[in-house]
Design a protein around this ligand. Structure first.
Ligand SMILES: N=c1c2ncn([C@@H]3O[C@H](COP(=O)(O)OP(=O)(O)OP(=O)(O)O)[C@@H](O)[C@H]3O)c2ncn1[C@@H]1O[C@H](COP(=O)(O)O)[C@@H](O)[C@H]1O
Length: 104
């Protein structure tokens, strides 16, 4: 099982845990608006790290944004698979665009 799939399973399990001992449960109890705000904050921190932080800062912030995005997707009932399928679809589209431009 890959890292993101494992994390998705952990998040699904921890959503119903005690908010006193689980950050995922705490976010779940605070609701989608807080999760959405966290995704926004972590995305901004990722951008700042890319512009003026160290490589280590950027890796840490990128992990934070992915984690908080996955908590938000879980709360909205969207499986990671659906996002991957959208990325796969775009990969297919970009292949078609490349092929079209090569044949011009
Ligand atoms: N990947 C993470 C992860 N990344 C960051 N964090 C927590 O996210 C919080 C973010 O800190 P911030 O400084 O941004 O937020 P804050 O200001 O402390 O709090 P807010 O009021 O803004 O929420 C910290 O408490 C981190 O511990 C995470 N907490 C959990 N996970 C994963 O989720 C799993 C389940 O965690 P629990 O639900 O805690 O069991 C863990 O095993 C990990 O794999």
């Amino acid at each position: 099982m890959d890292t993101l799939t494992r994390l998705e399973h952990t998040i699904a399990e921890r959503r119903s845990a005690d908010p006193g001992s689980s950050y995922v449960a705490q976010l779940t109890s605070r609701g989608v608006p807080v999760m959405a705000r966290k995704v926004g904050e972590e995305a901004v921190e990722t951008a700042v790290a890319a512009l003026s932080g160290t490589r280590e800062d950027l890796v840490g912030e990128a992990a934070d944004v992915i984690f908080h995005l996955m908590v938000l997707l879980a709360a909205k009932g969207i499986p990671l698979r659906e996002v991957m399928e959208e990325l796969d679809r775009r990969e297919g589209l970009s292949g078609l665009e490349e092929k079209a431009s090569r044949s011009e």
